[in-house]
Design a protein around this ligand. Sequence first.
Ligand SMILES: NC(=O)c1ccc[n+]([C@@H]2O[C@H](COP(=O)([O-])OP(=O)(O)OC[C@H]3O[C@@H](n4cnc5c(N)ncnc54)[C@H](OP(=O)(O)O)[C@@H]3O)[C@@H](O)[C@H]2O)c1
Length: 261
Amino acid sequence: MFEVRMTSFDFNSKTALVTGASGGIGAQIAHRLAEAGAVVAAHCGRNRAAADQLVGEIRANGGKAFVVQADLRDVAGLPRLYETVTRGFELETQRPQLDFLINNAGAGGSRPLMHVTPKHFDEECEILFRGTFFMCQLACEHLSDGGRIVNISSNAASSALPYQAVYAAAKAAVNHLTLSFAQHLGHRGITVNAVSPGATDTALIANLRARKGFDESVQRLTALGRLGQPDDIASAVMLLLSPEGRWITGQIVEASGGMSL
Ligand SMILES: NC(=O)c1ccc[n+]([C@@H]2O[C@H](COP(=O)([O-])OP(=O)(O)OC[C@H]3O[C@@H](n4cnc5c(N)ncnc54)[C@H](OP(=O)(O)O)[C@@H]3O)[C@@H](O)[C@H]2O)c1
């Protein structure tokens, strides 16, 4: 058993866009931000019902949130997404600026390296790498000075994974673009970091977890001896968004309980 002690953060009057908030890690980040007082734009791709439910729960708890929907593979649609988000912030706070961008949306499957097709390659790169890059690029216009970007990467980026070669390479690309945007935005006091989860209990790895022995092998490989939970990742994100994280930029912070040390 482990004990989770929640630290309270004060993000009153802050605005945040969380992509992929209809899923495991993104939904928990959205909850934590709203609990801390931020106005949250909760983005979803296909699963509008899950995002509506999340926003309903946040509002029922006294928080402020609204849903935005967009397929992040459609780069031409991203300016429209930002327009909707900033209009939503203006309605709630009388100012359109974005304070926190959390690029969390992601997808990926397992496929032997020799069975990767150009279509599969493009699909994974479009959501993981291209989507994140252009979300960061457009954020430069909308972020307030002193704002924050956190990209959700993966510890897969630094391992040899013949069954997830494209996913891992796309996350390595996310790590690198994090450095470039950190350099580009530093003069405005904006920090840009990546949080790199290890195996975390969400729908994304449900297929892997269905394999016999998967959970046990994760426990064995993890110094803290358990599978990650979405809130473990949300806590790392909150730390980077908080004033305590002000001097951390251009870093890839692994939140994996010490996997494969
Ligand atoms: N779970 C893990 O073990 C693990 C480990 C390392 C890194 N990560 C990373 O953590 C992040 C969150 O993953 P998760 O585990 O929480 O997965 P998840 O529960 O499957 O959630 C994925 C989210 O991404 C959104 N999304 C996927 N494709 C999209 C697209 N084309 N356009 C817009 N939104 C899209 C989904 O939205 P809809 O469902 O609404 O389409 C969903 O909200 C991902 O970047 C993932 O790579 C996860």
